[in-house]
Design a protein around this ligand. Sequence first.
Ligand code: NDP
Length: 495
Amino acid sequence: MKKKKLTTASGRPYTEFENSMTVGNRGPILLQDYFLHEDMAHFNRERIPERVVHAKGAGAFGTFTVTNDITQYTKAKIFSEIGKQTKMFARFSQVAGEKGSADSERDPRGFALKFYTEDGNWDLVGNNTPVFFIKDPKKFSHFIHTQKRDPKTNCKSWTMKWDFWSLTPESLHQVLILMSDRGTPLSYRNMNGYGSHTFSLFNKNNERIWVKFHFKTLQGIKNFNGKEADEMRGIDPDQAQRDLVETIEKKDFPKWALQIQLMTDEQAKTFKWNPFDITKVWFHKDFPLIDVGIMELNKIPENYFRDVEQSAFNPAHVIDGIGYSPDKMLQGRLLSYPDAHRYRLGTNYEQIPVNQCPYGHSNYQRDGLMQVGDNGGANPNYRPNSFDDIVVDESYKEPAMPMESNIADWFDRNENDDDHFTQPGILFSKVMNDQERKNTVSNIVSTMKDICGEKKDEIINRQLCHFFRADSQLGMAVSKGLGITINKKEINQIK
Ligand code: NDP
């Protein structure tokens, strides 16, 4: 290996690394020992703001390969032919914990993907669950506050969590998944990923169809039970990060199958639930999974901070052939994600290598902190102008999206949309097996036992009613675990 000279950040070779320059052997340090100051000052600035959510995460580069033709639904070039390969980057994360938190915490897992396509980077920024706790972004910061630390004690609080969930009944579906053993995955490799929102696809005739994206793990779903997850927090808090690195370094590359569900506009109009409500799934038997391709992760970044910490995903990053939907949570995230990156990484965060579109970009954005590209060179920085070589390609125009109403108002998020119980009820009673039900109840009970304070009974009763509304066996089992006796008459009174 060719050796390099030790230098300052500006490239000046520096000869003394170990000892500071002093006046005499035992005298004070001189200000002119620049290397000392430069090093100390840089060290003081090493940390950038951690993500408010998804702070702890692991990432890897990989490849997406098309295995099935879906060009009748989308003109997205990433899917243009069977066998086509696209480079990509994935970041998995915990949601609520800080950067140093344990990987086996009970929490949804982030499942963020960036595909480097010739029509720009496509980011699918989902979770390991197909649904979410809330359906309106106005509640997001409030929800996250309950998952973080109590303002006085600075401790995590099950009272805050169950208080919010019990007052937000649409959370029940996601709460049940979180409380099942899928809330503590064995590794990032052993969990599914979901785009979660409804998106749209449009083909070369500009015909639009609604879509949900599913990434099914080919390693099989494996989870910790509650006790194992608790133990792992002490044994190895970085266990999922370590697992991803070690497996990929051993060339045992993890893979996921991308499948989609499709819903026509006609079907959307008659669908039992709001198809743009992120607290609901589309049943597989009604909207069967269609194979699309395989995602393989095959390279751990050489430098974690450069590529993983500085990676910035944005649900607004769609590409030609893929569009948004009226899903309110998606609409909120279109604004909040790039806003968070501008705060955390600066306005030119798209220039950071992992975020850059390898096929280039051309527009009129200039200057700003940490502008390290060519900044548009001598080209015009305004439009219209008489000198430009940038053209607008009309063939990329997205088809118009018809709206059902032209009335602007604050509509109640749950108006005509208040069945929060059927789907979680099916999950508990029909999808889970006996052991999964038992573990789910045990995880719920052990966390609800920590609810404390003057509102304890009120919170517990409110949440128990939600469990009963979903499935009476679930309600009974949790009540029993909490030592609460419920009689038949009381159950019948729960609407
Ligand atoms: P199916 O009966 O066709 O399949 C059950 C689905 O549930 C599978 O996708 C399975 O994932 C997933 N699953 C199993 N255990 C859990 C768990 N503890 N937490 C979360 N997901 C789990 O599903 P249906 O479409 O008929 O829907 C029935 C219920 O299944 C829904 O109400 C919903 O709660 C749940 N579900 C549905 C999904 C969908 O997109 N339709 C997706 C995920 C869950 P896998 O096959 O990977 O094991």
